[in-house]
Design a protein around this ligand. Structure first.
Ligand code: ADP
Length: 382
């Protein structure tokens, strides 16, 4: 082969190699882009750093908006994390790359939000004096992961606080009963032993004390019951038809006295906590009887229908109804709309219902019209 031919062949090979290199670069860039990872290429001694467009878009910037220099990222990284990163960089260099340059850091997005980034880098070139010349690395946005971690941590904290609160209300209401018994016991003794020597006012005061302690004892008991809901969770298939039959039999005297009727459609089997579900129906039905309109016999209709992934139940009555502005607060603990002399009760029944439905991952609400009736509805997942 002549020298000219050899040169030409070499030129051809170089052209091919260049083409291959170009192809590889295109493939490399496309793959990097599809991983959504940004990358950087830092010529440390020249103070030049290439920042890929994905690197910049991770923080809300167009490619042309940020210059390719190390100052760019140092300006938008969280100042506390910059210190951390520089320390890790020094260690990476001091150990000749042995110590990994891995960071989880916060950057400021153009819109002011925080972007969490996992950054891994490596010095790939050193000079004769052992100083770093070139370093490359990549950036992955881990904000969603961090947010999920935070949410999980928050949920765990909430669960602990909830347990503590339940424990607290259980202990508080349980321990309050003892002094209450003492108060009512001694009030009774006082009235028996010294009642005759007291004037009218004195007798009235003793009466108030004993009425108040009876009331307080009712409230404490209600609180104790509330804190007990869901304590012994036993999930099983519950036949709601059987629950209603049992409630009808429990309330038979009351139903006869008030001339109330319970009309139940065919109800489904649900996965739930039997004791709690029974309490739920019992509370709603008892309320429907209690808050009936004078001279109108209470009729309570219980039904259920499938709606999406839930069973939607309804307990409909023809009672006094509830003004729209009170329809949400009645589900809170000890919230009542009437004087206890008009309608007896502690105001905890619907708070029980709310907690029970929450335990079943459902929702409870009421639609109601004053002097027409109320429709208490709740959902339980299929
Ligand atoms: P309680 O029945 O002991 O007062 P609840 O928590 O069961 O406590 O109910 C809270 C309040 O909601 C009741 O005091 C009443 O004013 C209102 N309420 C509940 N159920 C009905 C109903 N079916 N019809 C009209 N009002 C109701």
């Amino acid at each position: 082969m002549t020298q000219v031919a050899e040169v030409n062949q070499l030129k051809e090979e170089i052209k091919n190699l260049k083409q291959q290199l170009h192809d590889k670069e295109i493939v490399f860039n496309n793959i990097l882009d599809s991983t959504l990872a940004g990358y950087w290429d830092w010529y440390i001694q020249d103070n030049y750093e290439y920042l890929s467009p994905t690197f910049k878009s991770m923080f809300g910037y167009e490619d042309h908006e940020l210059p390719n220099s190390p100052e760019t990222w140092q300006k938008i990284i969280h100042p506390e994390d910059l210190k951390k990163v520089l320390k890790i960089f020094d260690k990476h260099v001091a150990t000749k790359g042995e110590f990994p340059y891995d960071n989880e850091v916060r950057y400021f997005h153009k819109n002011g939000s925080t972007v969490w980034v996992f950054c891994r880098g490596k010095v790939i070139e050193w000079d004769n004096e052992g100083k770093p010349v070139r370093m490359v690395g990549c950036h992955v946005d881990i904000t969603k992961l961090k947010q999920a971690e935070e949410a999980k941590k928050y949920m765990r904290q909430l669960e602990v606080t909830n347990k503590e609160l339940e424990q607290f209300s259980y202990v508080a209401s349980h321990d309050l009963q003892e002094p209450l018994r003492t108060v009512s016991g001694f009030t009774e003794l006082l009235s028996k032993k010294y009642g005759d020597s007291l004037d009218k006012e004195g007798k009235l005061y003793i009466d108030y004390i004993s009425q108040a302690s009876v009331r307080m004892s009712e409230l404490v008991k209600a609180l104790l019951d509330y804190s007990r809901i869901g304590r012994e969770k036993k999930l099983k298939q519950v036949d709601c038809n059987q629950l209603i039959e049992a409630i009808k039999s429990d309330l038979s005297v009351r139903l006869a006295e008030t001339n109330a009727k319970i009309e139940a459609c065919k109800l489904p089997l649900v996965k739930g906590y039997e004791t709690e579900l029974r309490l739920l129906f019992q509370n709603l039905i008892s309320n429907a009887i209690k808050f009936s309109q004078p001279d109108i016999d209470p009729i309570i209709k219980v039904s259920a229908e499938k709606e999406g992934n839930y069973w939607k139940f309804s307990v409909l009555d023809n009672g006094i109804g509830i003004e729209p502005e009170h329809q949400q607060r009645i589900f809170r603990i000890f919230q009542r709309l009437h004087n206890k002399n008009k309608y007896e009760g502690t105001g905890i029944g619907l708070a029980h219902c709310y907690k029970i439905i929450d335990l079943h991952d459902g929702k409870i609400w009421v639609e109601s019209e004053p002097n027409v009736g109320s429709n208490f509805q709740f959902t339980i997942p299929l």
